[in-house]
Design a protein around this ligand. Structure first.
Ligand code: PLP
Ligand code: TYF
Length: 394
């Protein structure tokens, strides 16, 4: 049997991580994988998470199974965090998943169950795992234009023109905020237009939100998903706690369905439970429990929000520093987009050859599509990167 297995394509982002590790240069700079790093290059455990872990260690009396959808308190807390008051709780079904990736995977599984013919429309480009999971599941994906390689903003006209081709029942996958890999995002007026188009066509939005709090703020970053949830009859939402709670390896995510007909909630919830059972039975609990504790305790929540805001502002500061450094060195505004982008990433919009040159000549590691992780920089390395960008001729 095993002889039938074939070599599968590697994850390019994880491959890059390995290359970086093996590079002996002590001047190397890692702008690859999407993990937050502070000024000294550490990915800290957030203060509130550490405090919650201590409390949990003292108070936890059992590690018996939770439920198929995870602890209901986690679902409630996360629904509130992501959706606020945009929809009634009775219209939402939710299940904890192993990370946001698990939520994406379970969401696709639900789509396939409900409508095996559904096409899933994805932004070009999107997070590579969206594509590989869809392919693995044998689902049909269609690209829609997203990135304007001239302005490095959203090609909104192209996007709407492509999405005019969606059929009723198709699913349109969008990034709720902080688009990965480009950093370019729709404004609220554009989200409004998109919602109208999807509703007119009878297409179903699926929102992947993995960076709430990394863009314009915790509430601001949820505006699009809340608009979609309040205006569209059926919505899927895959949320991740990996970044905004800094609990990457705990594997903490949530898949939600929102339906404007509350009589469907029970069936949706049952389906989410069923899908968890088929894939892994009970979802991981530790990270979810920490998130619940942080979100439901006033002091922990306030401290978490303060630290998340520090993280967000540090990335914004680095964006501004890099954009102005590049403006100074290039004598032009052509890198202004870096300060406009939001979240961890910006796509420079240069060639793989230039990206390779940055790596080979300067020890600067970014993903081949010219995505850089802003959080991999600090005040000292920003000028080094800016000089290298100009030197290689980007
Ligand atoms: N979706 C997007 C767009 C992401 O960038 C990520 C990665 O951080 C995820 C989902 C899910 O991440 P995780 O499975 O680590 O929660
Ligand atoms: O895009 C990123 O870098 C993050 C982290 O298979 C990540 O989303 C990278 C690769 C992967 C899972 C997560």
């Amino acid at each position: 049997m095993f002889e039938n297995l074939k070599e599968q394509p590697a994850d390019k982002i994880l491959q890059l991580m390995q290359m970086y590790k093996e590079d002996p240069r002590d001047t190397k700079i890692d702008l690859g994988v999407g993990v937050y790093k502070d000024a000294s290059g550490n990915t800290p455990v957030m203060r509130a998470i550490k405090a919650a872990e201590k409390q949990l260690w003292e108070a936890e009396t059992t590690k018996a199974y939770t439920g198929l959808a995870g602890d209901p308190a986690y679902g409630d807390a996360m629904i509130k965090l992501v959706l606020g008051d945009a929809v009634a709780r009775a219209n939402v079904a939710a299940a904890a998943t192993p990370g946001g990736t698990g939520a994406v995977r379970q969401g696709f599984d639900l789509i396939r169950m409900a409508n095996p013919d559904a096409k899933v429309w994805v932004s070009d480009p999107t997070w590579p795992n969206h594509l590989s999971i869809l392919k693995h599941m044998g689902m049909t994906k269609v690209d829609y234009r997203y990135f304007d390689s001239e302005t490095r903003g959203v090609d909104f006209e192209g996007m709407m023109a492509d999405l005019a081709g969606v059929a009723a029942g198709d699913v349109v996958l969008v990034h709720g905020c902080c688009h990965n890999p480009t950093g370019a995002n729709l404004n609220m007026a554009q989200w409004g237009e998109l919602v109208e188009l999807l509703n007119a066509k009878g297409a179903i939005p699926m929102v992947d939100i993995a960076y709430q709090g990394f863009g314009d703020g915790l509430e601001e970053d949820a505006q699009a998903v809340r608009l979609i949830a309040s205006k569209c009859p059926e919505v899927l939402i895959a949320a991740s706690c990996s970044k905004n709670f800094g609990i990457y390896r705990e594997r903490t995510g949530l898949l939600m369905t929102v339906c404007n007909d509350p009589s469907r909630q029970k069936l949706n919830q049952g389906t989410l439970n069923y899908l968890n059972r088929q894939n892994y039975s009970f979802p991981p609990d530790h990270g979810a429990r920490l998130v619940t504790m942080v979100l439901t305790d006033d002091a922990l929540r306030a401290d978490w929000m303060a630290e998340l805001e520090e993280v967000r502002l540090s990335m914004l500061g680095l964006r501004e520093q890099l954009a102005s450094e590049l403006q100074r060195l290039s004598g032009s505004d052509r890198f202004g987009f870096i300060a406009q982008h939001r979240g961890m990433f910006s796509r420079l919009g240069t060639t793989p050859e230039m990206v390779e040159k940055l790596r080979a000549d300067h020890g600067i590691y970014m993903v081949g599509d010219s995505r850089l992780n802003i959080a991999g920089l600090n005040k000292t390395t920003v000028p080094i990167l800016a000089e290298a960008i100009i030197k290689v001729g980007i």
